[in-house]
Write a protein of this length. Sequence first.
Length: 39
Amino acid sequence: MLARDKILRARREGEGHLSDTGRSTGRALSPRQVNRILP
């Protein structure tokens, strides 16, 4: 669940661009997409 931890950490830090998550999934996720993944 490393990707999930990265998303949660990025959301806590208020980052607009999740570069770490985008690198692991092959694409960047927007905050709106992240909210869809983690309601």
